[in-house]
Design a protein around this ligand. Structure first.
Ligand code: CDP
Length: 597
């Protein structure tokens, strides 16, 4: 039957082999033997039906509900858009916990700390990730009045959070992930910066230093800044900004941690839409989502690979279809908030009061390839701004339209969109609309490049297991990037030998038979300089309410200075934070690559 505005002819997208495997293992309902009892199509149908139920709660008719179900089903089954994994896993099932990201407050008391650990366990069990600021905790060796003893300090308590995470794992769907934040003016900042240096501690945490504007000014001027006692708010010491910065950069160079978040910039941006709920102290585990204490966010990503039109070699962006998709995705994500069963009452309260959503993109590198634009080019930065500003503008308009029908988010009057706010008065259903997520699982399902990252490899070798009960029965297959294979065949330079060469780590640039434009367009992550990575992050950040997930890749030979230059460039170009990774700098890199591919 025809659904108004949707047309009658719909074909679900063909799923790749890897997509089917990931859905079977991580998304679909399984029986006691661990076998999937839902097909991917049934997964999309279950999620669509569940999320469409919200229509009835908003006074919609059965017809509205059916139309929403069909619209949501098609969004997902076409692989044009996917909501974050927890929504795919839990919607329409017992748990009904639909969010990927949470931030929990950590107060300066034993009761408070262990309450936060308990809440973390509840969230991890349901497939969510957690972020924390440990900045309120008194430093190590400070006095503890009630016992006349001394405090253990944030670094030591973080290890307890880590151990709890390790013990819980995540009900077979995913392992718990955490973000740990400490302000740069906390007395224990040195221990914090170095705490992941040996790579065996805190394996369930990413850590980032919350850097203030006062610190950045001192860094620029080459002066000192104040260290503040978190209990009194009073300065207790002075530190040389350049010395502390050097320590951060050197540790990041060594093994990727700590990253940095520019905390005052975050709080002065659209990521802090209801100042009375804040300030923002932390982000979610992968850094793209700044959140208030007890805040949560539902993410969803549009697959840009599907939004080009025209003949190969002369394609353009299909903005019309992108517009409709943004509107439907915002509608779907607003329904997610309604249908969500929040793991603890405080989180339900904040989430309903501000109705934060995070719509972003994946398949950006694939789109550039389709348009024949090298990732590391001014043209790519220009298009990034054009595409993301379009998505942001349309997401704002869609949320505004929803507000007219369903009402503003409850905290609206006190928000930046309210009568007295700098962007108001402007009707708004969702306090934030846009976030760019890593899309680790989603990009495998949609068979596209992750988030806004460049293509990682053009070909790789993957083991295929022939018998799931016997790991020795397997064959090694070379898998080739689809677009690359098509171009190689069309241009006449395809050969099995070339694909094997690339899969084994060879570079396209070494091959004389490959035309120059192909070498430029099919540039991979490690061939792109850190500067281009940062500038791409900044281009997307300019038009994203929340933040942007991006790893700035460095070759193994990069120096500490190179890392410093990138950190400073991220600040100058308006990024909300930065995370780097130097090739080969972590023991477990082999595993990480295997996970990615
Ligand atoms: O693709 P998918 O929806 O599975 O997730 P993602 O975009 O890779 O990650 C989005 C967010 O989900 C992360 O920033 C974390 O907050 C959370 N996450 C997590 O808690 N544990 C994981 N293993 C992966 C992601």
């Amino acid at each position: 039957h025809d659904i108004p505005g949707l047309g009658g002819d719909f074909q679900p997208a063909e799923l790749s082999h890897n997509a089917k495997v990931v859905i079977e293992r991580r998304i679909a309902k399984r029986n006691e033997q661990g076998d999937a009892v839902e097909t991917p199509d049934e997964v999309f149908r279950r999620v669509a039906r569940n999320l469409a139920e919200a229509e009835l709660r908003f006074g919609g008719t059965e017809q509205d509900r059916a139309a929403a179900e069909e619209s949501f089903y098609r969004l997902m089954a076409s692989l044009d858009f996917l909501p974050n994994s927890p929504t795919l896993v839990n919607a329409g099932r017992e748990l009904q916990q639909l969010s990927a990201c949470f931030v929990l407050p950590v107060p300066d008391s034993i009761e408070g700390i262990f309450e936060a650990i308990k809440q973390t366990a509840i969230i991890h069990k349901s497939g969510g990730g957690t972020g924390f600021s440990f900045s309120r905790l008194r430093p190590a060796n400070a006095k503890v009045k009630s016992t006349m003893g001394v405090a253990s300090g944030p670094v030591s308590f973080m290890k307890v959070f880590d151990a709890a995470t390790e013990a819980i794992k995540q009900g077979g769907t995913r392992r718990g992930a955490n973000m740990g934040i400490l302000r740069v003016d906390h007395p224990d900042i040195d221990e914090f910066i170095e705490m992941k240096a040996d790579m065996t501690t805190l394996t369930n945490f990413n850590i980032s230093v919350a850097v203030t504007e006062a610190f950045m000014k001192a860094l620029e001027a080459g002066t000192t800044y104040d260290i503040i006692d978190p209990q009194t708010g009073q300065p207790v010491a002075k530190r040389d900004a350049r010395e502390v910065w050097e320590k951060m950069v050197r540790n990041a160079w060594k093994n990727g941690d700590p990253g940095v978040i520019f905390i005052d910039r975050i709080n002065a941006s659209r990521a802090n839409p209801v100042p009375k709920r804040g300030p923002v102290e932390s982000t979610n585990p992968c850094g793209e989502q700044p959140l208030y204490p007890h805040d949560s966010c539902n993410l969803g990503s549009i697959n840009l690979k599907h939004f080009t039109k025209g003949e190969p070699g002369a394609k353009t962006v299909d903005f019309e279809r992108l517009r409709t998709t943004v509107w439907r995705a915002v509608h779907l994500l607003d329904n997610v908030i309604e249908m969500n069963q929040y793991p603890i009452p405080e989180i339900a309260e904040v989430s309903h009061a501000i109705r934060r959503i995070g719509l972003g993109v994946m398949g950006w590198a694939d789109m550039l390839i389709d348009l024949r634009i090298p990732y590391n080019s001014e043209e790519a930065l220009r298009l990034a701004r054009e595409v993301m500003s379009f998505i942001q503008k349309e997401a704002d308009a869609a949320s505004e339209q929803l507000a007219r029908v369903r009402g503003n988010f409850p905290d609206w009057a006190d928000s930046i969109y309210g009568p007295k706010g700098p962007e108001g008065p402007r009707p708004m259903r969702n306090a934030t609309r846009t976030t760019i997520a890593p899309t680790g699982t989603l990009s495998i399902i949609a068979n596209c490049s992750g988030g806004i990252e460049p293509v990682f490899a053009l070909a790789f070798i993957r083991s295929h297991y022939l018998d799931k009960n016997d790991p020795t029965k397997r064959t090694e297959l070379t898998e080739v990037n689809e677009q690359f294979e098509a171009v190689a065949k069309a241009e006449g330079f395809y050969s099995e030998e070339l694909m094997r060469f690339l899969a084994e780590g060879g570079h396209l640039s070494e091959r004389p038979e490959v035309p120059k434009w192909v070498k430029d367009v099919f540039v991979t992550a490690h061939e792109i300089s850190p500067e281009w990575h940062v500038r791409m992050q900044a281009a997307f950040q300019e038009f994203t309410d929340n933040a942007v997930s991006k790893t700035i890749n460095f070759p193994n030979s990069a120096t500490v200075d190179d890392v410093r230059i990138s950190y400073e460039l991220a600040y100058r170009t308006g990024c909300k934070g930065i995370t780097i990774y130097r090739d080969g700098s972590r023991e477990f890199q082999v595993l990480k690559h295997a996970e990615k591919s």
